[in-house]
Design a protein around this ligand. Structure first.
Ligand SMILES: Nc1nc2c(c(=O)[nH]1)N[C@H]1C(S)=C(S)[C@@H](COP(=O)(O)O)O[C@H]1N2
Ligand SMILES: [Mo]
Length: 414
């Protein structure tokens, strides 16, 4: 890809103002201001913002501001009350998380010309999106979730966006299976046990690229159902969500779903980029992140209730308690709901079509709620028998929170 069509270079001054670690941890802070300005497409036709809502950053101006909580211009969260029973999260409502400012919208001017370098295979070479589209096509539905979703429930207040439930959505992806690309190129080289994806954001000169590049490694077997995707929810992938080309690794946490992917490499080692070696590690309380600690890879079984909620509790009497459940690498077998804070449980009904093990399931429980206060919770079990735990696993970064207690809903009915 010629430099001139790449994303504008990050404002160096801003990068230098803080360490890359700090930037990563806080979702880029002031840095993200620049992202909005840079991504301003000439014809950005912003939907009129709902009364009181902050205007959205330019690269996401087409989204529904009234559906989103804006933590910063690079971190937009879906409101819990917005998740309906529609199964697929509408693109306008889907969360956004950019560790680096979104690239310039010009990278979408000629999508077909986007180049992907494939390495660590017998015949390594570059392929255009045009060529990738001729090799194969598959569609899958997958929960996209930031590993920090639920961080807002950690009493330790980890640095990073305090997402509650809305850094997640259920999305349809279309692209070519990675294994078809790998087969065409003669297969993975022996001993190359990791699949490493590199984001296509332009990086400022003069800084160690490894300290800021979005580059993640997953075990090479995750290639099994991975896609190089160009379509999301039936449309070419937007700039906000990683167009023109995105790596989709089903069942893995969001950070591994590399947007604007420019390089897919099978490697003998995990990437030594900071975001891999030190970022997104499950570090025990009081410890410093290091590469020996587990990385944020597969998602863990999880569910939460979206209705009723405190902000629209409804009235006492019959109610359909509704929510979503998903299991990372495994589908959902069962969801239980409790209306007494987890003392007693009843099986909820799984509602609507099953779009495969990587999609979420909707659930509903018909219950009668008396006037007064109630603590409603849900608990999912996946097909491998993993049960959503009561307590979160404490860790410095606030990752992988699937505690059912943390996701409880308190409602007071008249
Ligand atoms: N190139 C690139 N890929 C990326 C990121 C990024 O900043 N750059 N952020 C990651 C993180 S942390 C998450 S949670 C998801 C967010 O995807 P979304 O913005 O489409 O919701 O993208 C991941 N892939
Ligand atoms: Mo994330």
């Amino acid at each position: 890809m010629p430099q001139s069509t790449q994303a504008p270079v990050l404002a160096r001054r801003q990068i230098l103002a803080g360490s890359a670690t700090a930037l990563a941890a806080v979702g880029l802070g002031s840095f993200s201001q620049a992202a909005g300005a840079q991504a301003a497409a000439p014809a950005a036709s912003a939907a009129p913002a709902a009364a009181g809502a902050k205007p959205l950053p330019a690269y996401a101006a087409w989204k529904d501001a009234s559906a989103l909580i804006q933590h910063s211009s690079s971190t937009l969260e879906t409101k819990r009350s917005v998740f309906g029973m529609g199964l697929i999260t509408p693109s306008e409502q889907l969360y956004v998380r950019n560790n680096l400012p979104a690239p310039n919208a010009s990278i979408l001017d000629d999508r077909e010309a986007w180049q992907l370098e494939v390495e660590g295979v017998k015949s390594a070479r570059s392929l255009s999106l045009r060529e990738l589209k001729t090799l194969g096509v598959e569609t899958l539905t997958m929960v996209l979730q930031c590993s920090g979703n639920g961080r807002g429930f950690f009493p330790s207040k980890p640095s990073g966006t305090p997402w509650t439930v809305g850094a997640a959505g259920c999305v349809v992806w279309t692209g070519v299976p990675v294994r078809q690309v790998v087969d065409l190129l003669g297969g993975v080289l022996p001993g190359h046990g990791f699949m490493t994806g590199t984001g296509g954001e332009a990086l400022p000169a003069g800084l160690d690229p490894k300290s800021i590049v979005v580059e993640r490694s997953v075990p090479a077997q995750a290639m099994g159902e991975a896609l190089l995707a160009w379509e999301m929810n039936g449309q070419p992938i937007s700039l906000a969500h990683g167009g023109p080309l995105r790596l989709i690794v089903p069942g893995y946490q969001g950070v591994n779903q590399i947007k604007y992917i420019k390089r897919l490499a099978f490697t003998a080692q995990e990437s030594d980029a900071k975001i891999m070696a030190h970022g997104y590690r499950i570090s025990p309380p009081g410890s410093k992140a290091d590469p020996s600690q587990p990385s944020v890879l597969e998602m863990v079984v999880k569910s939460w209730i979206n209705s009723p909620l405190a902000e629209r509790p409804g009235v006492a009497g019959p109610v359909q308690i509704q929510g979503v459940a998903f299991g990372g690498l495994h589908g959902i077998k069962r969801v239980e709901v409790s209306i007494d804070g987890g003392k007693t449980w009843r099986d909820a009904r799984l509602v609507g079509p099953d779009l495969g093990k990587y999609a979420w399931r909707q659930f509903a429980l018909a219950a009668k709620l008396a006037p007064g206060s109630h603590t409603l919770v849900s608990r999912a079990t996946d097909t491998a028998g993993n049960v959503q735990p009561e307590q979160r696993m404490e860790n410095v970064g606030g990752y992988n929170n699937n505690s059912w207690a943390d996701h409880a809903v308190s409602v007071t009915l008249a």
